[in-house]
Design a protein around this ligand. Structure first.
Ligand code: ZN
Length: 94
């Protein structure tokens, strides 16, 4: 089950707004922030944020980097289990 998270918008120094999740270290330094609401996914928060402000982009620290790291970690574990099964079959033949 997914638990809801609080999402905030901060003004982008260049142009537009940046979407943050509660707990992001960037929020501690921002004086101006806009509370979006309590939502289950970043995608949902982005949709709500774009109704109020635009353009809106994901924060590269709390919403982009973490999801990429999780995908990379799970991939090598699957490859290891395939190799272990091949060794087991070789032992049976002897
Ligand atoms: Zn952030």
């Amino acid at each position: 089950m997914l638990e809801p998270c609080y999402f905030y918008l901060c003004p982008d120094p260049d142009d537009g707004w940046i979407l943050h999740k509660k707990g992001c270290y960037v929020l501690e330094f921002e004086e101006e922030k806009l509370f979006i609401g309590s939502l289950y996914t970043a995608q949902q928060a982005l949709t709500v944020a774009r109704i109020r402000c635009s353009p809106v982009v994901y924060c590269s620290d709390c919403l982009i980097n973490k999801s990429h790291r999780q995908v990379k970690k799970s991939a090598p574990q699957k490859a290891k289990s395939v190799i272990a099964q091949r060794h087991f079959n070789d032992d049976k033949k002897k």
